[in-house]
Design a protein around this ligand. Structure first.
Ligand code: HXC
Length: 259
């Protein structure tokens, strides 16, 4: 049996590929556990500074696996008792290192929700995003009704969730869901390049920055600003802060030690 999740190391970047091409990368237990295990490993590895999650050229992931959810025994009690999707699904969200989703083709349902759990989305020009659950008798249950409005506003999020329509890469970029668009054949290479740049910076600074930006969604402006100020002050305790500023003054490239 082929591995449904592949992980590779490119310099200081950990790459995770969803690999179920025969099912448009539909997310079943094996895929979700595989992604979570890969995130665990990259988080524990001092030599990794950034993580990239991707699929293939046709699909990032076309959603949770419908062939599993349609089974008669997959009822309310089963979903509730097994805490369907919660535990391992959210491992991407709890990663402290930056995570980029590189999305080509379909990112639908749980696939779109998975991409939105990443810190940012780089899209191929053939990417299509959507929350089409309404068409199959359910609703976005992995964050779609919450993260989509935060990313693109209520009007478009409501439109997408209630009609199940798909959004192409250009619309997604204009709406604020996507950070960058590349021609499909360049997506992975360009994403890895950007990830390599990120991973070259001081890891604690990246982690503090990510934590501070995420606070913008979890708190009032004043609380967020206070958190930012405290973390900013804390950055003066880093060797890397002195190194970064000395390197600038000495007109040389900084050599960060990630401490
Ligand atoms: C299981 C899936 C799948 C899915 C595609 N496949 N999506 N299997 N779960 N979510 C399978 C198809 O059954 C088919 O298998 C093969 O992948 C290729 O798909 P096709 O439909 O033949 O391809 P195409 O005509 O190109 O259409 C692509 C598509 C369409 C537009 C992506 O497959 C589609 O609409 N998929 C479902 C999208 C969706 O509803 N996602 C939301 C799921 S619910 P065979 O064996 O026939 O070749 C969800 C809930 C989230 O995500 C909330 C909690 C997680």
């Amino acid at each position: 049996m082929s591995q449904v999740v592949l992980s590779e190391i490119h310099g200081r970047v950990g790459l995770i590929r969803i690999n179920r091409p025969e099912a448009m990368n539909a997310l079943n237990d094996a895929v979700v556990s595989g992604i979570a295990a890969a995130v665990d490993a990259f988080e524990a590895d001092e030599n990794i500074g950034c993580i990239v999650l991707t699929g293939n050229e046709k699909a990032f992931a076309a959603g949770a696996d419908i062939s599993v959810m349609k089974q008669a025994e997959f009822d309310y009690m089963h979903a509730y008792k097994t805490d369907f999707i919660t535990a391992r699904w959210e491992r991407i969200k709890t990663a402290r290192k930056p995570v980029i989703a590189a999305v080509a083709g379909y990112a639908l349902g749980g696939g779109c929700e998975f991409a939105m759990m990443c810190d940012m989305i780089y899209a191929a020009d053939n990417a299509k995003f959507g929350q089409p659950e309404v068409k199959i008798g359910t609703l976005p249950g992995a964050g779609g009704t919450q993260r989509l409005p935060r990313a693109i506003g209520k009007a478009k999020a409501m439109d997408m969730c209630l009609t199940g329509r798909l959004m192409d890469a250009t619309e997604a970029e204009q709406a604020g869901l996507v950070a960058r668009i590349y021609p499909a054949e360049q997506l992975l290479e360009e994403t890895l390049k950007a990830a390599q740049t990120i991973a070259g910076f001081s890891l604690p600074v990246l982690m503090m920055t990510k934590e501070a930006v995420n606070r913008a969604f979890e708190s009032s402006l004043n609380e967020g600003l206070l958190f930012e100020r405290r973390v900013f002050h804390a950055s003066f305790g880093l060797e890397d802060q002195k190194e970064g500023m000395n390197a600038f003054a000495e007109k040389r490239k900084a050599v960060f030690k990630n401490r």
